[in-house]
Design a protein around this ligand. Structure first.
Ligand SMILES: Nc1ncnc2c1ncn2[C@@H]1O[C@H](COP(=O)(O)OP(=O)(O)O)[C@@H](O)[C@H]1O
Ligand SMILES: [Mg+2]
Length: 214
C-alpha cells in the first residue's frame, strides 16, 4: 500500500484474520477489510485461502440480502489484494452492549441465523462481535467462513459456536441469552427445524464430553 493511500486510511480494528480500515469509496464512508498474511502457512496455500475467503465473503454478503438479511453493501472486491471495500455501518457491536440489551438482541440474532439456515446458508463464525446494532437494525458481518449447506449438522455447528461464545464472553447471561436466541431461531426457521438442530447440538456436546473422558 502506498503512503499516499495510507494517509486516507484510519485503522479501525486489528482482527485475528484481517485489518479493518475506515476510508472512503467515492464520497461514501467505507470500511476496507484486508486479510493478512499468516507466516505459519505455506505462501501459495495462504494466498489461496485469503483469496477464497475474500471472494466468498463479498459474494455471500450480497446474496443474503435477498433473504431480507441486513449486511454491509459491498462496493468493491480485489481477490488478488485480498481486499473488500464495503459500507461503513455505524453503531456498537453486540458484544459491547449491556447485558440486558444483549439478552433482548439474542432473539433478533436467532432470527437472523434462522433465516440464513432456512435459506441454505451457514455463517461459520457466529460471535457477538459480528453483529452491529445500527439504530434499530441488526447488521451481520464476517462471512469469510460461510457456506451453502442445508445439512442439520452444519447448522448445529453454527449454534454450538454461538453458545460457546455466550459461555466465554457473556457468562453471566448464558441461559437467558441462549433461550432468547432459540426463540428467535424457531420463529424464523420453524419449530421443527429448531428441534432438529438442537438435538444435533446435544449430539455434538455429548461427543465433546465423551472425548474429554477418553
Ligand atoms: N462494515 C463495517 N462497518 C463498521 N464496522 C465494521 C465493519 N466491518 C467490520 N467492522 C468492525 O471490525 C471488526 C472486525 O471485522 P470482521 O469482518 O468481523 O473481521 P474479523 O474476521 O477479523 O473478525 C468487527 O467486529 C467490527 O467491529
Ligand atoms: Mg469478526
Amino acid at each position: 500500500m502506498s503512503a499516499a493511500i495510507a494517509l486516507l486510511l484510519k485503522l479501525l480494528k486489528k482482527g485475528a484474520e484481517a485489518d479493518i480500515y475506515l476510508t472512503m469509496w467515492g464520497n461514501r464512508r467505507s470500511v476496507l477489510k484486508i486479510r493478512k498474511k499468516k507466516e505459519y502457512r505455506n505462501e501459495v496455500l495462504d494466498a489461496r485461502i485469503r483469496s477464497t475467503r475474500t471472494v466468498r465473503e463479498a459474494r455471500m454478503m450480497s446474496e443474503v440480502k435477498s433473504f431480507g438479511t441486513s449486511t454491509p453493501i459491498v462496493y468493491f472486491v480485489d481477490p488478488k489484494k485480498f481486499e473488500i471495500y464495503m459500507q461503513f455501518v455505524k453503531g456498537p457491536v453486540v458484544r459491547d452492549l449491556p447485558d440486558r440489551k444483549i439478552i433482548t438482541l439474542c432473539e433478533k440474532i436467532g432470527a437472523v441465523v434462522g433465516t440464513l439456515h432456512k435459506n441454505g446458508v451457514m455463517h461459520g463464525d457466529l460471535t457477538t462481535s459480528n453483529f452491529i446494532l445500527a439504530g434499530k437494525k441488526l447488521v451481520i458481518l464476517d462471512f469469510g467462513l460461510s457456506q451453502r449447506t442445508e445439512r442439520t449438522e452444519d447448522q448445529a455447528i453454527d449454534l454450538r459456536l454461538f453458545k460457546e461464545v455466550l459461555n466465554s464472553a457473556h457468562v453471566g447471561i448464558v441461559e437467558k441469552a441462549w433461550a432468547s436466541f432459540l426463540k428467535g431461531y424457531g420463529r424464523a426457521a420453524g419449530t421443527a427445524a429448531r428441534e432438529r438442530v438442537i438435538s444435533q447440538v446435544r449430539v455434538i456436546e455429548g461427543r465433546g464430553r465423551y472425548a474429554n473422558v477418553v
